[in-house]
Ligand binder design. Sequence first.
Ligand code: EPZ
Length: 429
Amino acid sequence: MDRIRIVGGRRLEGTIPISGAKNATLPLMIASLLTEDTLILDNVPRLADVVLLQRILGNHGVDVMVSGKRAGETADHGQTLHISAARIVDTTAPYELVSRMRASFWVLAPLVARMGQARVSMPGGCAIGTRPVDLLIMAIERLGARIEIDGGYVVATAPKGLRGGEICFPKITVGGTHTALMAAALADGSTVIENAAREPEIVDVADCLNKMGARISGAGTSRIIIEGVARLGGARHSVLPDRIETGTYAMAVAMAGGDILLQHARPELLQAALDVLGGTGVSVTATNAGIRVARNGGDLRPVEVATAPFPAFPTDLQAQLMALMTRAHGTSHIVETVFENRFMHVQELARLGARIQLDGERATIEGVERLKGAQVMATDLRASVSLVIAALAAEGETIVNRVYHLDRGFERLEEKLGRCGAAIERLTG
Ligand code: EPZ
């Protein structure tokens, strides 16, 4: 099993290219199930989750072709996928596949919308806490599907197709909103989604669906209106830049010190996080090429932050911010309001010398003078990368075990940081 070795204490200087967003790529690939025509996605990141979803879609009969390298292209360019769900041969998503990646549960909506039936395994628990799918099921039911739970599977049927309806989410859910959008796009009549998630990835998926012929308005606000259409066609769409990767590297520079251009990054995708970073004393500047983040000496100031759905500070950057605050001058508080128990990184950060106390959903982080390298591991990808950030400022050597978590969501992490001066290498085997 691969590990990452980091020797702390190096400044970061240079450019880090930001890849396409994982959390837009996955629902965009799933949206291909809605049409017989080919969906072409550009700027797709090379991630383990993308490969796994290709396999999952393949099981439904979807062909995914990856374009070869073009003249002048380097590994910094995203991939282009040609995805064709011309013939869906199987409407079951089995436990072995869904349990490996929760987002694959989202195939439920396009399968029932286009085929009138779907049988998808319930995803089960996950490393970041209890993650139910009740609201996703509610959304499909509101559009007329009949739902049964059978042997751990959600069986959705709508032999005469889905029909438009009103879906009001009692809690903001990204997956619920993707599900509602995809189901409503092919439903008969109009659908209104109230209390919709406003994440940029929702807007990206809605944009792509509209290119495919859907009639969606209001994406990016809490009220989305969809006029259903009888069929969707092919389209070409470029995945938006990854705001979580952007925020992660911004915090890495804040931790290690230095001056980095986060190329292709778009500040409006993570303004709340950039504001928090600015508050710690780090310099953050938007440029035409991306976002420049610099820290040249000076103490990091502590923060008071609560995670919440977009446009607030994202839960997917909580662990990284906590790692950064372990070296702040003073005491910080971070409240996690999106997922219960998304604090798996705390015990591992403590192995490096961090002082963090947990009280329910609230973490108190007392900044320390120094961290010291150690063997660590984590059970989800954002927690893993928080250990990388801490290691950049820790004295001596840190070994991050279970690197496959990082490979799920960060493209060539060791190469991107290594090119900017970090002492980081992958130990294979
Ligand atoms: C998406 O997960 C992201 N995943 C997560 O990214 C991200 O942390 C999360 O949104 C929040 O921003 C992808 O986009 C692939 P939710 P999702 O439905 O859609 C509760 C990462 O590291 N809820 O918005 O599964 C749920 O328990 C990750 O890349 C219900 O109660 O999250 C949570 O408390 C992991 N019932 C809250 O809503 C439901 O039916 C928000 O979850 C669904 C959700």
